[in-house]
Design a protein around this ligand. Structure first.
Ligand SMILES: [Zn+2]
Length: 422
């Protein structure tokens, strides 16, 4: 049998009869109905039927479940243009009864957030770590969550907590598998946070979370296929096709931190002062991460205490800071060109504050792609900044929970209000 001891090279493909039955079936189509209402609401039931290909009776059934749980609400009765046509009661996402919470764990801080069911950030709070011991970080964020909810939820119930971080995260096991910059290995984040908060907890990598957020509430072409490139202190990617985000059997898809984009080893890049966590100075992460930017600024000016200070200077127009961001954009462009050639996605989303806010960075990145990619014909259309520039970390955590809700709206959400909608 293909037990854990079997060497990988001796594994054989499972026969169809060996395949497990899979999770218990939920009524098919509820998530499609909820997704159509998110995209098109306020929308008539008949339009939802047309959009989803479900029968009107089946749509009415699904809507009944969603109304009962307070996930959607009915608007006031309307008629067609000039009062013609049969009156109908439009449906929309109910943003007044529930929220999801998010926690993004960065190398230096945690961002807590609350998001409504249409994906709007309701509240956001960032706190630096006092230490990076996993238990202290997780219990610390769990302890701060109730106050954020008390201040901003306005009577709405929190359905679930989504947790996102960099490097390798296993959503099925609920663990942060490996985060070399935090020094975390096999941290059971879901279990610890579920016990500390009482909420259902979903964990995922921040790149996959942001790719899912683009599909749900951001750039629609990511539903076809996309690569999302996350450039922060950690550098990660995510790949999507046909409405899903690829995970991989080791939850490792998107580990592009060590993509060798630097100069060849005989001519090391003199502006990279500190090697990557793997020891090389040619890795994408060593070239473009936030610490690399701060060190480059210390060398070339302007000297800054940290990355946010450098970004503020660039946004204020300081020429040396802007030049550093443009240089970063070109380095990111090299990786973007490789990823575009590898996956030929409909769109490549760059999550990087310069690309999101400084027009010359977007131009520099696209120019690099135009020069290096053999496949991408129209960088202006294929390479876009994140839809969530300015709030990416708040969106990353919460969208892990929002994605889980939209994937399985009738799933185990213990705090969902059952009963007649008000
Ligand atoms: Zn490396």
């Amino acid at each position: 049998m293909n037990g854990p001891q079997a060497p990988a090279h001796r594994r054989t493909a499972p026969r169809r009869s060996d395949l497990p039955a899979g999770p218990a079936r939920r009524p098919p189509g509820t998530h499609a109905v909820l997704g159509a209402i998110l995209d098109h609401g306020p929308v008539a039931r008949s339009t939802v039927a047309r959009l989803t290909g479900l029968s009107p009776a089946s749509v009415t059934g699904h809507c009944g479940h969603l109304l009962e749980r307070g996930l959607i609400r009915e608007g006031s009765e309307t008629t067609g243009p000039r009062g013609l046509g049969r009156p109908h009661i439009p449906l929309e996402i109910d943003t007044g009864r529930h929220l999801v919470a998010g926690a993004h764990i960065a190398v230096r801080h945690v961002t807590l957030s609350l998001m409504d069911l249409r994906g709007r950030i309701v509240a956001e709070e960032r706190r630096p770590h006092r230490g990076t011991e996993p238990g202290a970080v997780l219990h610390g964020l769990a302890a701060r969550l109730p106050r954020l909810v008390a201040r901003h939820a306005a009577g709405r119930t929190v359905l679930a907590l989504g947790v996102a971080t960099g490097h390798r995260v296993d959503p099925a096991a609920g663990t942060i598998v490996d985060h070399p910059q935090l020094g975390w290995r096999e941290v059971p984040a879901r279990e610890v946070l579920h016990r500390a908060t009482g909420l259902p907890v979903h964990v995922d990598s921040h790149a996959r979370a942001l790719a899912r957020a683009e599909q749900l509430i951001g750039e629609p072409s990511t539903r076809d296929s996309a690569v999302l490139l996350f450039v922060g202190t950690v550098v990660d990617a995510a790949f999507t096709t046909a409405g899903t985000v690829h995970l991989g059997p080791h939850a490792g898809a998107g580990s592009v931190a060590h993509l060798p984009v630097g100069a060849p080893p005989r001519a090391p890049d003199p502006t990279v002062q500190e090697p990557c966590t793997c020891g090389s100075t040619e890795c994408l992460q060593a070239q473009v991460s936030e610490p690399a930017m701060v060190r480059r600024a210390a060398e070339q000016g302007p000297a800054v205490p940290d990355f946010p200070a450098l970004l503020d200077l660039a946004l204020a127009g300081e020429p040396r800071a802007r030049a550093l961001f443009a240089d970063r954009a070109r380095r990111v462009g090299r990786a973007a060109a490789l990823l575009l050639d590898m996956f030929d996605p409909a769109v490549l989303v760059v999550v990087e504050p310069g690309t999101g806010r400084l027009p010359e960075c977007t131009a520099a990145l696209r120019a690099e792609v135009a020069e290096r990619s053999r496949v991408c014909e129209d960088p202006a259309r294929a390479v876009v900044p994140s839809s969530f520039t300015g709030s990416v970390l708040a969106v990353a955590g919460a969208s892990v929970a929002l994605g889980a809700l939209y994937a399985d709206p009738l799933g185990p959400w213990p705090t969902l209000a059952l009963g007649a909608p008000s």
